[in-house]
Write a protein that binds this ligand. Structure first.
Ligand SMILES: Nc1ncnc2c1ncn2[C@@H]1O[C@H](COP(=O)(O)OP(=O)(O)OP(=O)(O)O)[C@@H](O)[C@H]1O
Ligand SMILES: [Mg+2]
Length: 283
């Protein structure tokens, strides 16, 4: 299998004059070609930051991010631009950020296809097919700003897919859709993978969309903590050996506390160790 995404110990620090926020703190992730992956996790856990990095919009502050064989941290601005235009399709969180509001739907799709390798005729055909697939076959001549939020979201997804990307990144693609349209989008993502071999990574709070993906990765505090596959939930061991405990165990194992690790023949036991009273009160 070809590895499409390889993230090793990625750190991302958002710096502004007023503050520094560490959004990723040693994230590890591997995605193979043609996988359908859902990224889930609480607000602020770093999902959009990770997506921005995979899409070449952000470089890692430390660690390594390789996408489609390109080392994102080392590409020049020009190389990043061509990578973004040619190889990845990206739907950013908030549909309005993805489209030109005063241009028509068709013009937005044309723009998204500027770097596509297909002929003009094939591009038009693909754009038409995508509008059909998102349930907006007649929207081509409408200005984006006249569409509802959910319609804009569907056009934005069509635009992300219009250039025929090898990797499709979609941040909350169904957040503004009703159930029927949400199901339609989940089907479209799967069909796209089946037909073109596209690798798909979506961020979602939508349980149904999450379940329709083959693998789900749960982020917490800037790392991938657990992974779900076929209904089973697995903890992920980071490259530095760290393991995130499931949140429901944190009462028993408070962060910053101690645990005794006992090795058994075929498994390992973890026992909470009560805090040492002599340590209490010392600075
Ligand atoms: N441009 C930025 N400047 C400063 N801090 C930022 C910036 N972007 C994100 N952050 C911070 O980084 C952390 C991770 O943000 P991120 O947007 O990746 O979270 P998320 O998991 O996508 O959350 P949500 O589910 O709410 O979209 C948050 O604490 C956020 O406030
Ligand atoms: Mg987000």
């Amino acid at each position: 299998m070809t590895v499409v995404v390889s993230v090793q110990q990625a750190v991302c620090i958002h710096r502004s004059p007023a503050s520094e926020v560490v959004a990723l703190r040693g994230a590890d992730l591997t995605v193979e070609e043609g996988e359908l992956v859902a990224l889930i996790g609480p607000s602020g856990s770093g999902k959009s930051t990770l997506m921005a990095m995979l899409g070449g919009l952000l470089r890692p502050s430390a660690g390594r991010v390789e996408v489609l064989g390109q080392d994102i941290g080392r590409l020049s601005e020009r190389q990043l631009l061509s990578f973004r235009n040619r190889d990845v399709g990206m739907l950013m969180q908030g549909p309005e950020r993805n489209l030109l509001p005063y241009a028509t739907v068709q013009a937005n799709l044309d723009l998204a296809q500027l770097s596509a390798r297909e002929s003009r005729r094939d591009r038009r055909r693909r754009a038409g097919e995508l509008l059909d697939a998102v349930g907006l076959p007649d929207a081509g001549s409408r200005a984006v700003r006249t569409l509802s939020g959910g319609e804009q979201q569907r056009v934005a997804l069509a635009a992300a897919m219009a250039g025929g990307p090898r990797l499709l990144l979609a941040d909350e693609p169904t957040s503004q859709l009703d159930h029927a349209n949400g199901v339609r989008i989940a089907e479209l993502l799967r069909e796209t993978r089946d037909r073109w071999g596209t690798t798909v990574v979506v961020v979602t709070h939508d349980a149904e969309l999450g379940d329709s993906m083959e693998r789900s990765l749960a982020m917490r505090d800037g790392r991938i903590g657990t992974e779900g596959r076929r209904g089973e939930r697995l903890a992920v061991i980071g490259r530095d050996g760290t393991l995130q405990l499931p949140p429901d165990l944190l009462e028993q194992f408070p962060p910053g506390g101690r645990a005794r690790v006992v090795r058994r023949a075929d498994h390992v036991e973890l026992h909470p160790v009560p805090p040492d009273p002599r340590e209490a009160g010392t600075p």
